[in-house]
Design a protein around this ligand. Structure first.
Ligand code: MG
Length: 345
């Protein structure tokens, strides 16, 4: 018998988070516990408003999924097929939570960290970037100084202030910078900015144009001096082949694709098409960030800092040492409740 409990938790951001699309101070995620044969698997859903999800739609979806998992023909130990059978399409955040919890259970049952089940070497972790949201020059400068231990910065762009933001960052550090435009540019904006960003030593640019402008992005890629990465343009593995001409790489997020199983499929398809891979996240606790980190030895770039942007993380998982995530060695995802847990710290 498999049973579910879930609860929502409001994650508080250390700084107001500003993107080309808007700003926020908190994010409400849904946390699940799946109990099976005396063990508990943990999962987290970080619903994305842009795609019509919130914690209530995620709660409804996880309940539906666990009802399917409880059917006598389904074996939750066969986590890959069980997650597929249970999936509620259109609710990838909820799918990711259940998929994650099933894999956590499997590792706990076998007494091994999940990365060992995949045969991965936890020492081969790329450095993780640290995100600098859009803000006033003073705040941007303070954030860059706070991020001293990170070897790579990811700077959010997509406004008239883009030049000022990067100049502020460059005034403080010459560390490598990646830029995320979050669909905030027109073709003309992108053309003009890409040249300049290249001169400023930027490594790559994420989602320069709106997701529906694939043809324009293809044109842009031909003339871009910098590699272009898809984020909002890519959700699941089936979409990867048609992006191969328009982008140099893709950003995979568990909450966008529906979990670790689908993320692994995306990695395979992207590799087959010669694309680079970045592993990203939303505003998430150490639970979902650690789940994603278990796949990090398979990718080129890591952008897993969502847990570092919040002040009331209910979990403890992967730590950061010299700018790299260090995977926990405990069985499953290796994640535990933090001292405050869901209490209001
Ligand atoms: Mg992005």
């Amino acid at each position: 018998m498999i049973t579910l409990s879930h609860q929502r938790h409001e994650l508080r951001l250390r700084h107001t988070f500003r993107l080309a699309r808007g700003a926020s101070d908190t994010r409400t995620n849904l946390f699940v516990e799946l109990e099976h044969e005396g063990l508990v698997g943990l999962g987290e859903a970080a619903p994305i408003e842009r795609y019509g999800q919130d914690w209530t739609s995620a709660a409804k979806a996880v309940e539906e999924m666990v009802a399917r998992l409880a059917e006598p023909t389904v074996d939750p130990r066969a986590f890959d097929s069980a997650a597929e059978l249970a999936a509620v399409r259109g609710q990838p955040a909820a799918e990711a939570a259940i998929d994650m919890a099933l894999r956590d259970l499997a590792g706990k049952r076998l007494g091994a960290p999940y990365y060992e089940l995949l045969g991965l070497d936890p020492r081969s972790m790329p450095v993780t970037s640290f995100t600098i949201g859009m803000d006033t020059p003073e705040v941007v400068e303070a954030k860059v100084r706070e991020a001293a231990e990170f070897a790579v910065l990811k700077v959010k762009m997509g406004s008239d202030e883009d030049r000022g933001v990067l100049e502020t960052v460059r005034g403080v550090t010459d560390r490598p910078v990646r830029v995320d435009a979050n669909e905030g540019w027109t073709f003309e904006d992108a053309l003009e900015r890409l040249e300049w960003l290249h001169e400023m030593g930027v490594e790559l640019v994420e989602q320069p144009l709106p997701a529906d402008q694939l043809e324009a992005t293809r044109e842009l890629r031909h003339i871009s001096p910098l590699p272009l990465f898809a984020d909002e343009s890519v959700h699941r593995s089936a979409e990867v082949p048609r992006l191969a001409e328009a982008f140099d790489g893709i950003n995979i997020k568990l909450t966008k694709c529906g979990g670790m199983g689908e993320a692994l499929r995306m990695i395979s398809v992207a590799r087959a098409h010669g694309l680079q891979i970045m592993l990203g996240c939303m505003i998430e606790s150490s639970l979902a960030v650690t789940a994603a980190a278990h796949l990090a030895p398979l990718v080129d770039h890591v952008d897993l800092d969502g847990n570092l942007l919040i002040s009331n993380d209910p979990f403890v998982g992967a730590a950061v040492e010299e700018g790299r995530l260090v995977l926990p060695r405990d069985p499953g995802l290796g994640v535990h409740r933090s001292e405050t847990g869901f209490g209001r710290a």
